[in-house]
Design a protein around this ligand. Sequence first.
Ligand SMILES: [Zn+2]
Ligand SMILES: [Zn+2]
Length: 588
Amino acid sequence: MSDETPFDQLPAEERLFRQRHSAAHVLAEAILEMFPEAKYAIGPPVENGFYYDFDLPRPLTPDDLGALEARMRVSVERNLPIRGEQIPKAQAREIFKDQPYKLELIDGIQDETVGYFRHGEFQDLCRGGHTETTGQLGAFTLDRVAGAYWRGDEKNAMLQRVYGLLFPTDEELEAFKVTREEAERRDHRRLGRELDLFHLDSIAPGSPFYHPKGAILYHALIDYMRELYREYGYDEVITPQLFSADLWKISGHYQNFRDDMFMFEADESEMGIKPMNCPGHCWFFKSGHYSYRDLPLRLAEFTRLHRFERSGVLHGMTRVRSFSQDDAHIYCTPEQFEREVHLFFEMSRRVYADLGLGEPRVKLATRPEKFVGEIPAWDASEKLLGEALTSAGYEYEIAPGEGAFYGPKVEFHVRDAIGRSWQLSTIQIDQAMPTSFGLQYVGADGEDHTPMMLHRAILGSLERFIGVYVEHTAGHFPLWLAPVQAVVVPIADRHVDYAHRVRSMLREKGLRVEVDESNERMGAKIRRAQLQRVPYMLVVGDREEEAEAAAVRDGTGADLGAMPVFQIIDRMVDERDSRAIYAGKPEA
Ligand SMILES: [Zn+2]
Ligand SMILES: [Zn+2]
């Protein structure tokens, strides 16, 4: 409880923590003024602000938040000192005798004394870490009210949780609100439905339904990766979904990961649905006979994986139970190792460029406290990854102790259009599985050797990637990924036949085209295509039909003028095949 350093000399992060913490007290003070009979529970600082849980005589309304905030500002204005001390439990029980939640908290504390803090008339049970006075809170606002069970247990009373936002300055608070609004507008769960791509349903928690357009996007990404795989010498395999528990015991998943897997009995033996491909790939390797001439062996797989994520953590496409990865495992000799890492970095760089994702932030995660293998081997692997990153032109930071228990890894973090960071690619050296599976290849010396093994993925989980990418692009995919690449809009019924002819001509070149035959007005049709993020709208009437042309608008609605159909095809095929990034403004 060291509060000695003057507040304004504390590190910025600590100051903000204390401001958020103190604001929670000031909020509870305001609540007790408004509802003297209120019971207050706990109120910690959290990301972006703070909250406090209350048991109140009635539900709070948005108007109440305004009134509470005004009362908080009075407390700020009074600039009351926040003072604390340790007091005996018995004394605390007396002070909080009408506060059942506080009494329960006191009972849960092991020490003989408890932290007791007060400012003005307000008193609270607390571990400390405050501003010196209520006048140092920074820029805050009350945000919303939500239900929360006492201690997160649904058997307990439902409390009202009041959330507040708090940042050091008004500008930062405002910037946060703007970004959040933009994030809500781009929320992939919402856009997934609006753009008819996918949805999630409680009938299958954490397992997306891909609509036809979403399935096109999903397969376009896989086709793209397959093209790179051919170029980089990967072999695609399809391994089983269900394995005997024996496999998971060898890989260590049974011992370490079992609660996160779907396991069940079949034919009186225990089976598990695969949560990742590596053990299956190791088994595949083990079932073959490989010599150094067959290596590197790069095994890729897109089949579905399942993990038992608890329902409380599921979130749209970014946290799911059923997913697929652009996953591959590379088995190679020590001599080939560096080149494999290098090739992976090269491939990642191309993918990021093609998807318009910009330069990633790269982290090298090193040996954790719990690890398998020998320290010199770890050091060598870490050094090798670092050198390969440098030679690929990546600057990187070290994340000490954040490697997997079986080997160091490199993570690529990508910043999206509204500044949020997402981890996508990873490459990990595995110093455990080749040994636990007893993998061997025959070396040039005729002896058996253990291969090196790499786990790598560029997009990571396709579901998560699609969720992130929908938000990054706000649904404006580059042409090569757009589920519908053009809509032909006939001006009148008599142009419908011609519209279909235009569609056929484009389809012959593999372009994905629809005709809007609805009876709506032209403006409405164009607006709809724009809202659906269709990159091209081809309007056809008498003049266009006569010239075998179309009046072209791009996804922003900008009029590109009339163009002969062959020219439209050239333009679109060019844009598709060069994987040009969507150039329009992201607003629809
Ligand atoms: Zn406190
Ligand atoms: Zn793996």
